[in-house]
Write a protein that binds this ligand. Structure first.
Ligand code: SF4
Length: 466
């Protein structure tokens, strides 16, 4: 009988989001889906044992981790910390594998720090990675197949997260990828422009297997196929779950879709309003956002008792120092339940990064600062300092107690959730001043990171970024 294969999966976090040093001491996070799905995909004949570590809800001491193979995942902002973990485990003779968005965007760079890189969705390649490891023929790169049969994805092992400090472990996904091509967005690059859907009965069975009422859909762009979405919402309605998810502003034109959402138990949507100017939305390739319909969209959703996490981007080429004021005016007038602000960030591998690189406007390639809360490029119509300070003040103003009361009083939607979430975000936004760029730039290091590791990790990214 083959020996048992011990696998550790680690999801690193930057300081702003890390449990214990960050600002979510009582986390409002839902659990991620990728690692629990990988746990379910370990072929039984390999007798694999998987332990999952997520730094957003627990402190991780790598010296206590004993595994044959360590898997790392993450977005660009955590990639240098993932490399620090990888360098440490490789020094101990442990094999390391990295997947996730950043490894997909920058595979050559990741390959300098880990033994194998999984590009794109790992669902189809992960069992082969493990078998190759056991056979002693691990490849440097694993590419996804041209198409994935989503009906073969097993029920994730969500139990691995039970007892951890996630607000819910009931996360699922029905739709993968996005048909749009917003200039700054990582999704169409990682998913190669594909837009794929799981069979609806599989999603229904997945939801039915979850304990409790509340569910989070992680689909990046679920409503771009309206027929599929309506069919999905009708199919899950009898389960009487309450769910939150994402949508684009285009839903305002489809009352039938809005009705189906309401009837299926939707309690909240994350919506990318991004800019409050036509010019801003068209410069990022999101011209389908019609600012004239934003208020109507808010009214339609509130009328259906659906709360809105509204996302706004600062620092677009059309943005001047007044962008913060008109963003705040809008969130107050439209009673946005949970506003969220990001600094426009040129993630490597995106058209936005390539454009700013050509224009000589990238200020740093220390990926830890690429967390969408720190300015990493030279804005067009304001200074770096104006953008960074205006952005932080926007957070602070939106989450003053009088602002919270005024917005929620106007909305009065799903208050049992939005009051708690606003108080959580109020704590979060005060964390920004604790993580200025100089601190963030070193934040990825672990206590076990050696000067040699630091030199390797801080070496310039591969030309793939350019
Ligand atoms: S920002 Fe949203 S709509 Fe645009 S490409 Fe990304 S997921 Fe799609």
């Amino acid at each position: 009988m083959p020996r048992k294969l011990n696998i550790a999966l680690i999801s690193p976090r930057t300081g702003l989001y890390r449990f214990g040093t960050g600002v979510f001491p009582l986390t409002l996070r839902y659990s991620p889906l990728n690692m629990v799905t990988l746990a379910a995909l370990v072929p039984p004949e390999l007798r694999g044992s998987i332990t999952i570590y997520d730094e957003s809800v627990e402190k991780v001491d790598p010296t206590t981790i004993h595994a044959d193979l360590v898997g790392l995942t993450g977005i660009t902002g955590v990639s240098m910390r993932a490399y620090a973990y990888a360098e440490y485990f490789r020094r101990r003779g442990i094999t390391t594998v990295m997947g996730g968005p950043h490894a997909t965007l920058m595979p050559e760079e990741a390959a300098r720090h880990v033994d194998a890189v999984v590009i794109g969705h790992a669902y189809a390649t992960w069992p082969r990675v493990l078998q190759d490891y056991l056979d002693g023929r691990l490849q440097k790169f694993y590419h996804p197949p041209a198409s994935i049969d989503w009906s073969l994805i097993p029920r994730p092992h969500r139990e691995a997260f039970y007892g951890k400090r996630f607000v819910t472990t009931n996360a699922t996904q029905a739709v993968f990828g996005c048909p749009h091509q917003c200039e700054f967005c990582v999704t169409p690059v990682v998913c190669k422009g594909k837009y794929e859907r799981r069979p609806i009965p599989d999603v229904v069975n997945d939801l039915a297997s979850m304990p409790g009422r509340y569910v989070t859909f992680l689909d990046p762009s679920p409503v771009e196929n309206v027929e599929y979405s309506i069919a999905l919402y009708k199919a899950i309605a009898p389960l009487k779950k309450r769910w939150g998810g994402l949508a684009t502003t285009r839903i305002v034109d489809r009352p039938d879709l809005l009705d189906a959402m309401e009837e299926s138990g939707c309690f909240g949507l994350l919506i990318g309003f991004e800019s409050l100017t036509d010019c801003g939305n068209s410069t990022i390739g999101k011209g389908f956002n019609d600012i004239r319909k934003y208020r109507k969209l808010m009214q339609e959703l509130h009328a259906r008792n659906i709360s809105v996490m509204g996302c706004f981007v600062h620092g677009l080429d059309s943005d001047g120092p007044d962008c913060f004021k008109y963003t705040l005016d809008f969130i107050h007038e439209a009673h946005v339940d949970l506003p969220r602000f990001t600094v426009c960030t040129p993630f490597p591998g995106t058209p936005f990064f390539r454009r700013l690189k050509r224009e000589g406007r990238i200020l740093t390639e220390n990926w830890t600062l690429y967390d969408a809360q720190h300015v990493v490029f030279r804005p067009k119509n304001m200074t770096v300092e104006e953008l960074q300070e205006g952005h932080i003040r926007c957070w602070e103003t939106a989450y003053r107690l009088n602002s919270i009361v005024s917005r929620l009083n106007g909305s009065r939607t799903f208050l049992e959730y939005t009051i708690l979430a606003n108080l959580g975000y109020r704590l979060y936004c005060h964390g920004h001043r604790k993580f200025p760029p100089a601190r963030m730039a070193r934040d990825w290091r672990l206590p076990v990171t050696t000067p040699e590791d630091i030199a390797r990790i801080e070496a310039r990214p591969s030309p793939g970024a350019e």
